[in-house]
Every structure is written in C-alpha cells, then in structure tokens.
Design a protein around this ligand. Structure first.
Ligand SMILES: Nc1ncnc2c1ncn2[C@@H]1O[C@H](COP(=O)(O)OP(=O)(O)OP(=O)(O)O)[C@@H](O)[C@H]1O
Ligand SMILES: [Mg+2]
Length: 589
C-alpha cells in the first residue's frame, strides 16, 4: 500500500486557528451578525447610531469599572434592528418581536456590566403566550438564526423530574452544546474553505500523480497539467488510492463505513446535532487506505483534513463559549407542566412529575453549571424563551420562582385571514415562493392567481373554525393539497413540452409549420398549462394567456420551461371533494 505524505509539512491553518481561538466569541455561523448589521445599516441609519462607543466606560453610581473594548459582532443587533429583521419573516406579532428583541439585547447588556453587579441582574427571559400556530416558535427560531446563535427547541412535556425514568432537563443544555458544536464546525469550515480545498487538491494530485496512466512522476509540468484537468472536472471518474486514516484522537472523519469507525455524520455536513465521536480504531495505528474515484475521495478527504485543521479540543472550547454566551433555549408547552391553576394564583402539586420538572428547570434558567461529556457549561447568560397557549391555566399558575425568571410576558394574537394572505406571500421565504422554487427546479414556472390565493386563505380559515384551530399551520396542508397534482406531474409535463417543442422546431426548420408570432416553446407551455389547471374554463384561459405571453401578469416562460397557472377554479376543484367529507378533511388538511 502506498503512503501519501501530507503536502504541507506545517499546516497553513494552524496559526489562523490560534488567532481565532483567542477571540473565542467570533461569530459562529454562516451570516455573522456583523455582516447582517452592515447590510442592515446601509438601509437603516438608526442602527449605525446604536453602535457603542469605542471604549465604553461603565458609569453607574458607585461603579467605575471599564468594560472591555467592544468588538462583539452582536453589538449592532439593537432591538430595532432585530425587529426589522424579524419583520422579514414573521407577519404581525409586533409585541412579541419587540419583547424578544429587548430580551436579546438585555442579555448582551448584562454581559457588559461589571461582574460585581452582574449576578444581581436577573436574566430577562421571556414567556410567550398565544394560540397554536401563531408564530411563537417561529419568532424564537428566527431570532436564533439571525443572531447566529446555538438554539434548541424543546417541549416541556418531554421531560421528567430528575431521579425518575426519562429525559431530565440537563439534556437541554447538552443538546444546546451539540448545536453549538455544529455551528462552530460549520463556521470554521466556511472560514477556511479555500485553504481546505487547496490541501485536498494537493492530496488528490499526489494520488493521481502516482497513477501510471497519468504520466511520469515528479515533473512539475505533469503536475500542472493534472491540476488543470482536475480543476476542469475531467478526472472525476479516475480511481485513486487514498489514505483516509483519521488523525489520532479525531472523530471518525474519514467517512462512514470504515470498520469500527463510529461516525454519526461528516464534518460540516450541517447537522448541528452531530455528536463528536472519538475514533478508537486508529489508536492502534491501523491505516485506512481505500481505492476510490476522485469524486468519491474528495468529500472524504475534505472531512479528514478539516479534522486535522480544527482539533476537537479547540472546537469544543469555542462551542462551549458560544453556548454560554449566545445560546438560546426555547421551551414550548410550558403551560402543560402546570398542574395547578384551579384556585386564584395557586400552584398545586397535583402531578409530582410536572412539579418536579418546573423545579428542575429553575436552576438552569436561573443560572447554574451543567456538566456535559465535553465539559461544564454555565447557563448564566443563556436566553430562555418559554411559550404556551395557556388555555386552561394561567402564567400565574407556574411556580412563583419560575415566574420570577420569566419577567417578560407577551401575548400573541390569533391570526386573521388577512394575516394568512400576508403569510402566504410576504415573508422572505414564504410558502408560495417555496413552492415556486421547488417546481422551478423541474423547469416549471408556477404562478398563483389572486383568486387562488384568496380561496386558499378562505379554506384555511374555514377549516380552522370547523376543525381545530391550528393557525398558520393550516396553510401548509391546504397549499400542499393544491399543488399536489402539478407537483406529481411536473417532470413528465416538462419532458412532454420539451419533446413537443423540439418536434415543432424541426418542422419549422423544414419550413412546414411555426405560425407567425408563436414559438414552439410557447405552444408547449400552452398545452402544459391547460393540463395542469385541469382544463377548467378559467384555467384554460389562464393557460392560453401564459402560453402566448399575452397577459401582463403572465409573461411567457423561458425556452424549455413550462408555465403553470393555478387559479381559483383549480383550488376549488382540488379541495371541494375533501371539504365535503369532514372525516376525510380531518386527516388530510
Ligand atoms: N405570524 C406569522 N408569520 C409568518 N408565519 C407564521 C406566523 N405564525 C405562524 N407562521 C407559520 O406557521 C408555522 C407554525 O408556527 P409556529 O411554529 O411558530 O407556531 P406556534 O405559535 O409555536 O404554535 P404551537 O403553540 O403549536 O407550538 C410556522 O412554521 C410558520 O410557517
Ligand atoms: Mg411552537
């Protein structure tokens, strides 16, 4: 078996790592807040004004401690900036947005006060109160994403009191740390992407170089020729022999499937929940050399080299810091662990498990140290957002101490039909856009007429009234049903349209067809759209307009694509049968 020396004797990344690990609280994710804020401040001057002075001095009566110079990328996430960012994704619920923005900022502020008084400032955690599907979880999830913070969402009912069989609340913090590990890993990988690619390219070149059919070894010209071919993707199917032995003490980053390697996900594969698993196989010095195609070897080498660049102990150190300083925990269904509430202001211990879970949550929310397999995590600065519908109990039925730790309370309102329409169309990645993008990948340009959208919201509202009120979640189910047909038929529809367009194109070339002003592609669109809209009168009209590109709202699709218009009649047709059978509706919508 051939051994491949590492192309670099000393790793180019190691010094970068040391530098970044000294500033452990660098942004932990894809879009660092600083970048967000830069983008934001270009459109909103108010955010610039909110930037802290270069060397802020703490000046409260009796305290003259200076805070450290502020290079925290979260600085520009002022409450106003956070609300405006949340507005891009969540419709209405202004009070809740303001509340989370302020709580988030207060955590930032609390970090900055002198240690001598910090402990006396109670973390400003939040209690969101509102009906199902009105945006409680979405607000917390978006906040975490915008802030690039480690985030976990748990349901309070899933826990049991310490000492009883089941999940205890400490697992929340352990899961949060795993999320942070995933984020830090992604960030590091992204930050050092170019270096990583260069290292892997060198390793691939060495492996290719040693293949007989690809030329004599050791000649720079040959190497450069190989490099060019490699970069052009011409060598992807060439077999090479690669050494995928993970560095000692690393996770099994050489790829899943190796004997004895416990690998629960590749480095940077994006799962924040991916646990770090130590590879025990290589402690004995066993090599893992495999023969693979270049295209198969590349991702495995990238995983392996990433392991080498970012040693697990450094990764964990940064992840613990990110958990402690930036973590956000969302505890849903907090009202379901309230067992009392029958008397005014009372909290009764009717259910020992619920009572126990509340009691167990308290130290975590108050600030304590949780031990994990990666080390201790302090919960002092973690932001807790709790939520519940509080239909049958009141927030005042929570344990008094827990109430004290959730000082910010905010009610979310039920969503109206007008809100539904906005939710369908306005948020950055709204449901309609998601459907369009999905089908666009098949070559279908999907459009919804205003009538169709109106009908979708009408049906969603009606179902919420007649069945359970599940809020905006109903829109997902209704819309899925509406697009089901086109979603299923799309590939064949596009293929047929392309075939037809090709045939008509040939005819046109032979001078036998192609009527004036109507391209073969437009003809294909026309028939496809009519099929997809189910052949209703309005649908055919829409389809015709789409196909000829006549309607101002229905420009013709690009060549080789199919335009489909979903109109009110289509929505009525797809949903009417279901709506008539309530039993069926209950399951499907
Ligand atoms: N105000 C809103 N703006 C935009 N989308 C919303 C809004 N409310 C709900 N949604 C949509 O509905 C889905 C469900 O919302 P979410 O998970 O936030 O509900 P919830 O209030 O947490 O409900 P539950 O009490 O059942 O947990 C979200 O994924 C989102 O797509
Ligand atoms: Mg929720």
């Amino acid at each position: 078996m051939r051994q491949h020396a590492h192309p670099f004797s000393s790793h180019p990344i190691s010094s970068a790592w040391v530098a970044s690990s000294n500033t452990a609280l660098a942004p932990t994710t894809p879009i660092p807040p600083s970048a967000l804020c830069r983008a934001y401040s270009s459109s909103a001057s108010s955010v610039k004004a909110a930037e802290p002075p270069a060397s802020p001095v703490f000046a409260v009566a009796g305290v003259t401690e200076a805070t450290p110079a502020d290079d925290d990328p979260h600085s520009c996430m002022t409450p106003k900036a956070v609300v405006e960012l949340l507005d891009r994704y969540i419709i209405g619920q202004d009070d809740a947005k303001r509340a989370v923005a302020v709580a988030y900022r207060n955590r930032w502020r609390r970090k900055r006060v002198p240690a001598s008084i910090r402990d006396d400032i109670v973390p400003k955690n939040i209690l969101l109160i509102g009906p199902t599907g009105c945006g409680k979880t979405e607000i917390a999830r978006r906040l975490a994403k915008l802030a690039n913070s480690p985030f976990v969402k748990v349901e309070a009912t899933k826990f049991t009191e310490v000492g009883y069989h089941g999940r205890d609340v400490d697992t929340i913090i352990r899961d949060l740390l795993e999320a942070a590990i995933g984020l830090v890993r992604q960030r590091l990988r992204r930050q050092h992407e170019a270096a990583l690619r260069a290292v892997v390219e060198e390793r691939l070149l060495r492996a290719l170089h040693s293949q007989e059919q690809l030329g004599a070894a050791g000649q720079p010209a040959v190497v450069e020729a190989l490099r060019e071919k490699l970069r052009k993707g011409e060598l992807e199917d060439v077999y090479i022999e690669v050494d995928l032995t993970p560095p000692p003490g690393a996770r099994g980053g050489g790829g899943a499937g190796g004997p004895g390697i416990i690998d629960l996900g590749g480095f940077g594969m994006g799962s924040p929940q991916t646990p770090v698993v130590i590879n025990l196989t290589n402690l004995g010095g066993k090599k893992d050399v495999r023969t693979l195609k270049v295209r198969e070897a590349r991702p495995l080498l990238e995983d392996l080299e990433a392991e080498r660049m970012f040693p697990p102990e450094q990764l964990i150190k940064e992840a613990i810091a990110a958990t402690e300083q930036d973590g956000i925990v969302f505890i849903d269904e907090i009202d379901k662990i309230v067992s009392g509430g029958r008397g005014p202001g009372s909290w009764r211990s009717g259910d020992p498990s619920s009572e126990g879970v509340q009691r167990d949550l308290l130290p975590i929310i108050e600030g304590s140290v949780v031990s994990t397999k990666h080390g201790n995590v302090s919960t002092d600065h973690i932001l807790f957002i709790c939520a519940g519908a509080f239909h049958s109990v009141k927030p005042s039925d929570l344990m008094a101490e827990l109430q004290g730790r959730l000082p910010i309370r905010v009610e979310l309102r039920p969503l109206s039909r007008a809100d539904f329409l906005r939710i369908l169309t306005e948020p950055e990645y709204n449901l309609i856009r998601q459907q369009k993008v999905l089908l666009s990948s098949e070559g279908v340009d999907l459009e919804f007429s205003p009538g169709a959208l109106d009908e979708v919201t009408r049906v969603a509202e009606e179902l919420n009234r007649s069945l359970d009120n599940i809020g905006a979640r109903r829109l997902h189910a209704v819309l899925e049903r509406v697009v089901e047909e086109i979603s299923f038929d799309a590939p064949e529809l596009v293929a047929r349209a392309r075939e037809q367009a090709g045939a008509e194109g040939q005819q046109a070339q032979a001078g036998t067809a192609a009527g004036a002003g109507t391209t073969p592609v437009a003809e294909a669109q026309s028939s496809a759209a009519a099929v997809s809209s189910g052949g209703t009168a309005e649908g055919a009209q829409q389809a015709g307009a789409a196909g000829s590109g006549a309607g101002p709202d229905s420009p013709a699709a690009a060549p080789g694509r199919v335009k489909v218009v979903i109109d009110r009649a289509h929505v009525e047709r797809t949903l009417s049968a279901l709506l008539q059978k309530q039993d069926l509706t209950r399951y499907i919508l």
